[in-house]
Write a protein that binds this ligand. Structure first.
Ligand SMILES: [Zn+2]
Length: 260
């Protein structure tokens, strides 16, 4: 047994027995991990009250190899999110991020890129004046990239010519094949996700931008749902475990998927 310290975001917390909690964390050093917090529901337990979904903490725990359940012994805020719970939109999008992480990440599989993406996206959602839907689209796209599914937005899958956004107003994106199809080649296409030229341009930029920068990007409001829908469908196609996300009701519009 060893004593370990790591940054962690709380994904879930359920009551256990009379005074304890079982908490699922996404941690920086150990990936997804479950731990028991003994006495956490005791009103006097300072560390226990922090063990709530969305909290970004520094935790100390006793680690046993090959154990499904570790024991967490203390926690403190790395960053306290003031605005996440007071704004419905920001709250439901934050909840969808942790729900997605909980569904797609495996236990004890460390991925610092994904951890930073999650932590920085929550910070962006908590920052006043940012656009929550931008964060969702950026998160879903970059999570897919962090898990090895990098999209190509630049060359037509069929003719391999560069997609010329000056000329093309609509592009079909074939998610399974990971690339766009130019207008000329799309005549015989029978699958694809219709993207506007402006959506494609933003997606290209989101691959490079940090969560903080993406959250501030001035984008036409109508475009934000298109981007969020595309990024989520893109992620979902690559990850079988991601069928339904309850907190995603904000994506009211159905995906603009065209089967011709
Ligand atoms: Zn082409």
């Amino acid at each position: 047994m060893s004593i370990e310290k790591t940054e962690a975001v709380v994904l879930r917390a359920v009551n256990f027995r009379d005074t304890s909690k079982i908490v699922t964390f996404y941690t920086k050093r150990y990936g997804k991990m479950s731990a028991i917090a003994k006495g956490a529901r005791n009103p006097k337990s300072k560390f226990g009250s922090l063990l709530q979904p969305l909290n970004y903490l520094q935790i100390v725990f006793y680690r046993r190899e090959n154990r499904q359940l570790q024991t967490v012994s203390s926690s403190e805020f790395v960053k306290y999110f003031k605005s996440l719970t007071s704004d419905v939109d920001r709250f439901s999008i934050s909840m969808s991020l942790i729900e997605i992480i909980n569904k797609v990440m495996h236990d004890e599989e460390e991925n610092e890129t994904v951890f930073s993406l999650l932590a920085e996206s929550l910070i962006a959602l908590d920052t006043p004046g940012t656009f929550p839907r931008n964060t969702f689209a950026h998160f879903a796209l970059n999570l897919a990239i962090g898990l090895g599914f990098t999209p190509d937005f630049s060359r037509c899958l069929i003719c391999r010519n560069a997609i010329d956004l000056e000329r093309e107003k609509k592009v079909y994106y074939v998610i399974e094949k990971g690339g766009p199809v130019c207008e000329k080649c799309s005549a015989n296409l029978n699958e694809g996700f219709l993207l506007s030229d402006s959506a494609l341009l933003v997606l290209q930029s989101f691959v490079r931008l940090s969560p903080a920068a993406a959250a501030k990007s001035e984008i036409e409001p109508g475009l934000r749902n298109e981007l969020a829908n595309f990024s989520f469908v893109y992620l979902k196609r690559h990850l079988d475990t991601l069928k339904e996300i309850k907190s995603l009701r904000f994506l009211a519009a159905t995906p603009q998927e065209i089967a011709r």
